[in-house]
Write a new protein. Structure first.
Lengths: 420, 721
């Protein structure tokens, strides 16, 4: 039985779909638009509920990828069009130039000569890297890439001279690839909702108001401050943090749905804050604490901590306290009925998930809901969504989803469906 | 093993190795080595010069190549030469990128690592895959939505399936439901039919599916590729027993509804008109919703959703579906009679994701009143009407409701839970017991966030509500996913290959049985129950259950267990390849590092150009649990000043990919300490250091502290003996 499956998206759902399908005997193309795999999870400090590092599972998965000849990984590549039917799809892909070829050994000789610093997307712009960069220490593939939006190209070309292995090609062109595949898994993931649009939460207004994805980087040992949580405005050690839930979610003005992971993420981040600084305090402002299933015992354990408090209430405003630089969170406390004022060093907005394909969609055989999540196409379809391309889900669901979508793809591409 | 001169050594100078280490003198030094037929250097073996290695293998008939270059974590396909065994020596990340160039200590480190690599290459032989009569079939136990989906998915992927259920009809709990909430609330708010009819039709008409109802598993033995299931089907056959052979098993035995004892406070069990949410479904299936006490139509209904961490009455895992059950039932009460009023009492509305959109829809339904609060009492009046007192936490007042019916949301308890009082669903005929080891709250769930099907019985995959507390749509996806794991293990077993995490690994443990003392420890310690006992109480391996972690090899007190390419002898030869100078300022410390987490973390010190002690000699192991006590005591007796065992977190939230590796090591350390005591050596010479893959920045200090604490003890007096 031979089946070829195209997996779009090299985050945890896509990697899982690719591996599980290939280990069952399918041939897989794993396509990622960024220069490296890993997606959003590579940027997280830890997972809930175990508080374990995401890189642990990624390492195992990367090893499975390296050793599996049935998987071809295509980075800096995007799907532009998809036509066909189950068992026979034509996928048109654009492979953007990486400007670094396969001869790259990741020796790093190109880094020092490069004169251009650019905001580091891995740290959500909180740090900078050179315009030729490896991304991070767990990069897969372990090959450098050039950010074409900031590179000086031929007017500089210092990296080309520095590379001992002839691995840099500043004249690399975009390639168009045509693949024939039996089925497609869409695992293009999510992006953080733009917190700047939520007027009362002051993101972009005060530097000490950050988003939850930024806070993950601040907690990460490979983050901007090595996992020590400091105030972005002045570098002061953070003693108190307010987490504001549903920042953009469950609100018709922004995202109507619940992003499903933010309550657990904030509970996790509060625990990690206390792990880093046992004297710190965390205040979680929420409407409903959504900790379904067995996550409830994790939530209860976190909430038992005397320095972590959960306040049922909607945040009305965030103010800057003159002099101290502290932020004051003004909230409508739903239990006491009064307005509460909480003074903190840092405000973390639990910003929600928006599907990556909310804009910039490929043409062809795929259906979307009004928010940009991928819908299961009308039968018979060979296009299947997994992870946060399908719905806002946690990692444990995304991996399960990836596995299920891999099976859907195998079923569809084998065309052994018996019509009753 | 005698030297064969069938090994080549390839010393790379690229990526800064040549500037840090004197590669030419290493090459010269190595040329005299008996084992080596070829020694070459290159400025980059991963580029054009990879062909040199391939051509040496062809022309000189090399059996093994030792490539001293970058970490084994990169360039695995470049340095894959088919049948020739490849041993990687990490001169880049763990030498050139993390130690001072040109220094004697760095050069000695590189020389030792090369010798260790050569030693390892002499102790690895080509593994032969395990083969046996093989079945490409799947047995699905439980014909609810997860099981049926697993059956149909496996069949549509081309596999023969037997699906059984203990009930006379398929469908499980789903068959008892009146309506389901929208499976895609992002598109529609309409209640749905369960879809069970279509699924049952698909499964029962598929030519590759055999469905057996009123059937249970009496016993299950064997291994992936060849499980032997004894089925008991009272209804169908005289004698009632039959045996089938299956390549893999999907366990989809479901959950049953449970009401915690505390629900008695609501009158559940004592008051006629207080019913569970499942009883509500049965009422609804009968048509108009009538109170049990007198059959009068219920016009005022209170639904108590028990949800969320703020609800102390709740089961630890109840809140996954109960809020949606409550919302759905409120809607259908309202739909069945537009005059009916529904009060839905809740604390935290557990409607994550798109379920929120359904919650929003219900908020706008007239006659459904959502009350955030908790119920303080339920009392019965003489006519059967119930008085419900609710503390409304939003209005901060007590509400008194008069209702005809109170519905209490119940939670799901997996059929695997230890206290269900039912017999275990699969009856494993395994030495380690008849049930599948359980995860959180009694579900057959994985301990790993990233690997949802990692349970400890290879080839048996849980799906649906026995796996996790989940709704119908999620259960069906789960069933499909479990089916993939099932057909995957069938395919891997057909090639004699391991499944996750050492996917594709062929070699499996071999036993030198003449020396086996029949102590049985290996059979107890195997995390996957791969070992059974024969009549002489000697271990018998089921290779397709084995995950190649090597924990049995670490367990064996007489060291009779080894893999073709991983053994106590190999680890011993590698540590013996390290030169132990007698100078006091050249201590030697052996680091046995878990290759899944600790070893990559050490690599990442190099990638970040963080320096650590050049006196450490890192030896990767498959799992700390695979380290036999003798490997540690031999190293100390030889004269290593200290040994560190660097591995993953143990305990409740363990990180060990082989479940118990780190934990078992802790018990083996008792033996090590006893030996150290006998030799009058300090216990602190051997230390277990817990680390994680994210610890690259912490490791230099951690390893530095270890080196310092050993230095304080002075040189090992055994050195030079």
């Amino acid at each position: 039985m031979s089946d070829t499956i195209l997996v779009l998206g090299g985050g945890i759902a896509g990697i899982t779909a690719a591996l599980e399908a290939a280990e069952a005997g399918a041939k897989v193309y794993l396509v990622e638009k960024n220069p490296h795999l890993g997606g959003r999870v590579a940027q997280l400090a830890r997972y809930f509920p175990k508080l374990c590092p995401p890189t642990c599972g990624l390492e195992i998965n990367y090893r499975r990828l390296r050793d599996n000849p049935n998987i071809e990984v295509l980075t800096t590549t995007e799907l532009t069009a998809l036509q066909g039917s189950p068992g026979d799809y034509k996928a048109t892909l654009a492979r953007h130039p990486r400007y670094v070829n396969d001869r790259c050994t990741a020796c790093g000789a190109c880094v020092d000569p490069c004169p251009v610093e650019r905001p580091n997307p891995f740290d959500y712009g909180m740090t900078t890297t050179k315009t030729i960069s490896l991304g991070h220490e767990m990069a897969y593939p372990m090959k450098y890439a050039i950010d074409e939006s900031t590179c000086l190209f031929d007017s500089c070309a210092k990296c080309v001279q520095a590379c001992p292995y002839d691995a840099i090609d500043l004249h690399m062109q975009q390639e168009i690839l045509e693949l024939t595949v039996g089925a497609v898994v869409i695992a293009t993931g999510w992006k953080p909702y733009d917190a700047g649009t939520i007027a009362n939460l002051a993101f972009g207004h005060f530097p000490d108001v950050v988003t939850n994805v930024m806070f993950e980087r601040m907690l990460a040992s490979n983050g901007p401050s090595g996992g020590i949580v400091i105030r972005p405005s002045d570098g002061k050690a953070v003693e108190s943090v307010a987490f504001i839930q549903c920042a953009g979610s469950r609100d018709r003005l922004y995202l109507s749905y619940c992003s499903s992971i933010c309550c657990l993420a904030s509970l996790k981040e509060a625990s990690l804050l206390l792990e880093r600084n046992p004297q710190a305090s965390a205040y979680i402002f929420y409407i409903d604490l959504r900790t379904p299933g067995t996550y409830q015992s994790f939530a209860s354990k976190v909430l038992d901590h005397p320095r972590i408090s959960a306040i049922k209430g909607k945040v009305a405003d965030i103010l800057l306290e003159p002099g101290s630089g502290q932020l004051v969170v003004v909230a409508d406390d739903m239990v006491s009925g009064a307005m509460s004022h909480t003074s903190v060093d840092l405000v973390v907005l639990a910003t929600g998930m928006e599907p990556s394909l909310a804009e910039g969609r490929p043409q062809g055989e795929m259906d979307f809901d009004p928010y940009g999540f991928v819908l299961q196409g009308s039968d018979p379809s060979g296009v299947f969504a997994a992870g946060c391309a399908r719905a806002p889900v946690d990692v444990a669901t995304a991996t399960l989803d990836g596995t299920a979508a891999a099976m859907s793809a195998i079923r569809a591409s084998r065309q052994m469906v018996v019509v009753p | 093993m005698s030297p064969t001169k069938r090994t080549g050594l390839y010393l790379c100078k690229g990526c800064g190795i040549g500037e840090c280490v004197d590669i030419d003198s290493l090459a010269e030094l190595s040329e005299g080595t008996d084992e080596l037929a070829v020694v070459r250097t290159s400025s980059a073996f991963c580029l054009e010069d990879a062909k040199l290695i391939a051509s040496d293998i062809d022309s000189d008939g090399l059996k093994a190549v030792v490539i001293a270059a970058c970490s084994p974590r990169v360039n695995r396909q470049v340095f894959n030469f088919g049948t020739a065994k490849v041993e990687r020596v990490n001169l880049r990340e763990q030498v050139a990128w993390s130690h001072r160039p040109g220094e004697e200590a760095t050069q000695e480190l590189a020389a030792d690592l090369v010798r260790m690599g050569i030693a390892a290459s002499q102790h690895a032989s080509q593994a032969t895959p395990f083969t046996q009569d093989h079945e490409r079939t799947v047995l699905v136990v439980g014909a609810g939505p997860a099981g049926l989906e697993a059956a149909v998915a496996s069949a549509e992927a081309g596999y023969e399936v037997t699906v059984i259920d203990r009930e006379p009809q398929p469908g499980g709990l789903l068959a008892k439901l009146y309506r389901c909430w929208p499976s895609q609330p992002n598109l529609s708010s309409a209640l749905e039919d369960s879809g069970l009819g279509v699924l049952v039709d698909k499964a029962s008409s598929h030519p590759r599916i055999t469905m057996l109802t009123s059937t249970t598993v009496e016993a299950l033995s064997g291994e992936p590729g060849r499980f032997i299931a004894t089925l008991s089907s009272a209804a169908n056959e005289p004698g009632g027993h039959r045996q089938i052979i299956a390549g893999a098993v999907v366990m989809a035995t479901g959950a049953k509804p449970v009401a915690p004892e505390s629900f008695a406070n609501y009158g559940l069990g004592t008051l006629d008109n207080v019913i569970t949410s499942l009883e509500m479904e049965e009422l609804a299936l009968q048509g108009a919703i009538r109170r049990p006490s007198d059959g009068r139509e219920a016009l005022r209904v209170a639904i108590l959703a028990c949800d969320g961490p703020n609800d102390e009455r709740n089961l630890a895992y109840g809140g996954n579906v109960t809020s949606m059950v409550a919302l759905k039932q409120a809607v259908y009460v309202h739909k069945s009679n537009p005059d009916a009023q529904v009060f839905l009492v809740y604390k935290d509305m557990q409607t994550p994701g798109f379920d929120e959109l359904y919650y929003r829809f219900v908020q706008h339904e007239r006659s459904i009143f959502l009350v955030r609060g908790s119920v303080s009492s339920v009392t019965e009046q003489s006519d059967g009407t119930l008085g419900v007192t609710v503390r409304d936490s939003v209005l901060a007042t007590d509400l008194s409701l008069e209702v005809d019916l109170v519905v209490v949301d119940v939670a799901m308890e997996p059929t695997s839970a230890p206290d269900t009082g039912e017999s275990v669903p699969l009856h494993l005929n395994y030495l380690q017991g008849d049930s599948v080891p359980l995860g959180r709250e009694g579900f057959v769930d994985s301990n790993f966030v990233c690997f949802p099907f990692e349970t400890r019985r290879t080839g048996i995959y849980a799906a649906g509500t026995v796996h996790r507390s989940q709704d119908v749509a999620a259960s069906r996806r789960d069933g499909e996913a479990a089916a993939l794991k099932a057909v995957q293990v069938v395919e891997r077993a057909a090639h004699g290959e391991a499944v996750h995490p050492r996917v594709g690994e062929v070699g499996y443990p071999e036993f030198f049985m003449q020396k086996c003392t029949a102590c049985g420890r290996c059979t107890q310690e195997c995390p996957f129950g791969a070992l059974e006992l024969d009549d002489a109480r000697h271990p018998v391996i089921n290779p397709n259950r084995c995950r190649r972690c090597g924990i049995c090899m670490g367990a064996c007190p007489v060291q009779v267990i080894s893999f073709p390419d991983y053994s106590v002898d190999m680890l011993s030869a590698m540590q013996k390849a390290v030169e132990l100078p007698e100078d006091e300022d050249k201590p030697r410390l052996l680091v046995l590092a878990c290759e899944n987490d600790a070893y990559p973390a050490i690599d990442m010190m190099g990638i970040n150009r963080l320096e650590y002690s050049a006196h450490l000699r890192v030896l990767p192991v498959r799992c700390l649990g695979s380290v036999n006590a003798i490997t540690v005591t031999d190293a100390i007796q030889r004269g290593f000043d200290g040994v560190a065992l660097l591995g993953c977190k143990s305990g409740e939230d363990y990180q060990c990919h082989f479940i118990q590796g780190s934990e078992l090591l802790a018990t083996r350390m008792d033996n090590v300490r006893e030996t150290l005591g006998r030799l009058a050596l300090e216990e602190d010479r051997v230390q277990v250091l817990e680390t994680s893959i994210a610890d690259a920045r912490r490791l230099p200090e951690m390893l530095g502290e270890f080196a310092e604490s050993v230095a304080e003890l002075g040189p090992n007096p055994m050195k030079g003996f």
